[in-house]
Design a protein around this ligand. Structure first.
Ligand SMILES: NC(=O)c1ccc[n+]([C@@H]2O[C@H](COP(=O)([O-])OP(=O)(O)OC[C@H]3O[C@@H](n4cnc5c(N)ncnc54)[C@H](OP(=O)(O)O)[C@@H]3O)[C@@H](O)[C@H]2O)c1
Length: 271
């Protein structure tokens, strides 16, 4: 019986890399999507071809009810074998402390922070119940993988600048939640995070700007999405790690920038 992973926003970009890394390692997959249904179905077909089970599931993560439906369906499909949740889905909207729109700030807090908080609460309950019920039966079968949650952060939380204000606030809180959930959920669930640097073109960024920005780190090189995904898989499969964050950013968090790298990349090229 294989372990199952729920990857939120798993259909495209980093979520797709993470989902495929788990599937290649033999994990069955729930690929959550909102708009990218076609990509989610294609990814699940690829995972099935690898010999694991895979299901695409829709949810609007701004809504508690939709999160609840996603989680309940995930438990039904994975049975007693949901062993990891990767909170990858996120909203990334440009704003600052002077001009943020209340509704957009709340959207980002809901998707980037509240959804991972909800899944944590429900996953803890499910794992604690199943472990209690297994403990009452003999012989006891050990779980293949120790249950864990992995939050996807952003190097921004270790390298502050005032751009993308609401997004950064949501990720700062998520970074603190790693320790709080690890303390709350042990010994049933481990909680860790991966903190990537700039990996993909986002928002209004053009390709030329991205090419410069993606090398503005200590290694002078773009970050491989597959390496970020492998780090998430490592955390899911190492039963001795909880309360930790792995920074997979080529050292970008040690390169201070007064503004988001997108806004200074053009100046870097003219130096
Ligand atoms: N991109 C980077 O360079 C970078 C850098 C540092 C950290 N990160 C972090 O890495 C993770 C992945 O980054 P990414 O750029 O690959 O993400 P992304 O493409 O911006 O978003 C990932 C997915 O989140 C889902 N999503 C957004 N709003 C949603 C909502 N309201 N309800 C449900 N799903 C929603 C979307 O799924 P659908 O497409 O199905 O709608 C989207 O494809 C994020 O947590 C991000 O903060 C990214």
């Amino acid at each position: 019986m294989s372990s199952w992973v729920l990857v939120t926003g798993g259909a495209t970009r980093l979520g797709r890399e993470i989902a495929l890394a788990f599937a290649k390692a033999g994990w069955s997959l729930i690929c959550h999507y909102r708009n990218s249904e076609g990509e989610a179905r294609k990814l699940c077909d690829e995972a099935l071809a690898l010999g694991v089970q895979a299901h695409p599931l829709y949810a609007e993560l701004e809504s508690e009810q939709s999160c609840d439906e996603l989680f309940k369906r995930t438990l039904e499909l994975s049975g007693e074998n949901l062993c990891s949740i990767v909170n990858n889905a996120s909203l990334f909207i440009a704003d600052n402390a002077h001009d943020f729109q209340e509704s957009q700030a709340l959207q980002q807090l809901n998707v980037n922070l509240m959804a991972p908080m909800r899944f944590g609460k429900w996953f803890y309950e499910a794992v604690a119940n199943r472990q209690a019920s297994k403990a009452s039966k003999l012989p006891q079968l050990p779980e293949k993988h120790s249950p864990s949650i992995i939050h996807i952060l952003d190097q921004k939380v270790f390298n502050l600048n005032p751009d993308y204000f609401s997004y950064t606030v949501s990720k700062l809180a998520l970074e603190r939640i790693v320790a709080l959930q690890a303390q709350s959920f042990g010994p049933h669930i481990r909680v860790n995070a991966v903190s990537p640097g700039l990996i993909y073109q986002s928002g209004p960024q053009n390709l030329d700007n991205f090419k410069i920005a993606s090398k503005a780190n200590l290694m002078g090189a773009p970050i491989e999405p597959a390496q970020v995904a492998q780090s998430a898989l490592f955390l899911a499969q190492n039963p001795c790690i909880t309360g930790n964050t792995i920074k997979v950013d080529n050292g970008q968090h040690l390169v201070p920038s007064a503004r988001d790298i997108m806004f200074v990349a053009d100046k870097l090229s003219s130096k």
